[in-house]
Structures are given as C-alpha cells and as structure tokens.
Design a binder for this molecule. Sequence first.
Ligand code: ADP
Length: 202
Amino acid sequence: LKSPYHGGHLEVIVGPMFSGKSEELIRRVTRAVIARQRVAVFKPAIDDRYHAAHVASHAGRTIEAVAVRDAAVIRAHLAGEGPLLSSPEVELPEVVGIDEAQFFGPDLGPLVLDLAEAGVRVILAGLDLDFRAEPFGCIPDLLARAESVEKLTAICTVCGAPATRSQRLIGGQPARFDDPVVLVGAQEAYEARCRVHHEVRR
Ligand code: ADP
C-alpha cells in the first residue's frame, strides 16, 4: 500500500507558542506509524550534539526524534550517514517530520523541497512569527510553497481570546524590538497573546 502522499507533499503547521503545533505534528506522525509507514522526526539540537531525543508537547505527549545541529545533518542522516544508524538505510522514509522548524537556517528550505520532490511527505511545525510578530526566518517562504498549511491559535493569557502571537517577557517586562531573536541564558518567559495584548517595547 502506497502512502496517499507518495507524489511528495509539504505540510506546514504554524502558530504561536502553546498553539498545539507539536501536538498536531505528533498526531500526524502517529497516524503514519499506525499506517506502517517509515517515519523520521527531527528537531534542532540546543547544543552541537547529534543525539536521540523526543518531540514533546506542552501537554506531555512525546515521540522519538533525532536532535540535529542544522539541515545538513538531516540530509546526511537521511543519506544513511547518521551515527545513530546501526545499519545504514539509504531508502528515504515515507514521512519526515521536523519540529521547531524556525530554528533551522536557510538550508532547511532547499532540503524540504528536495525531499518533497523525491516523493516524501514532509510535515513541518514551527513559529510563523517571532516575539516581535515579524515573519520568522525560512517559514514564510515554506508557507507559500506548501501543499497544505494549518495555522493554529493558542489562548491569550490576558483575555482568553484566540492568540496568534508569542509574548516574550524578560524579567517580567515585554522584550524590546531590537532584542536578539534568539537569547541565550537570559531570564525570559513566553506567553501566548492576541493582537491587542501583544506588546513589544521600542
Ligand atoms: P506548541 O508546539 O504550539 O508550542 P504544544 O503542542 O507543545 O504547542 O502545546 C499545546 C498545549 O499547551 C495545549 O494543548 C494546552 O494543553 C497547553 N497550553 C498551555 N498554555 C496554553 C495557552 N495559553 N493556550 C493554549 N494552550 C495552552
């Protein structure tokens, strides 16, 4: 039985933090596993190590994943060059899932388009907007190129409306527009917010 997506398919799941992107990725990947398709799931590694990991939703569900430093490592892994593979399997998986896709650099786009061209069903989950509510990295381009797009909302922590944005708080205060998009080691927190309650200090 061939996957219904055997012609290649790019699906993108976006929304702010807490909108259920990881949950939705886990749901789709779990269904592919039930359908006995070969699946590989990747996420960005926080450090430089390439290691076995999990994609976890805020509600606690997990699936196995491989944490990688960049898109080139995903390419190498799928080409059977991954150190985690005991017997290199050069055949591509039918489904490739990638979580936190916004943290991969500009190499992610060409990789996922190559995979889709090669007949793989690619499922990406990631933030469409950064903490300033600006389009995030390579995601806008992939939203345009995808066969299917799902834009999820969270719940605004201030008013309970559907939230489309991720509020970054540093020491309890809204972050500034020119703070770096990726902050390492700061006292920071994120909350889901609607357009009205999302704040960026200028
Ligand atoms: P994402 O990957 O988009 O960050 P997750 O799939 O990890 O989202 O988590 C979604 C879950 O987070 C929800 O099902 C809910 O249990 C929980 N959650 C916590 N805070 C919120 C919020 N403000 N709005 C919606 N869900 C929330």
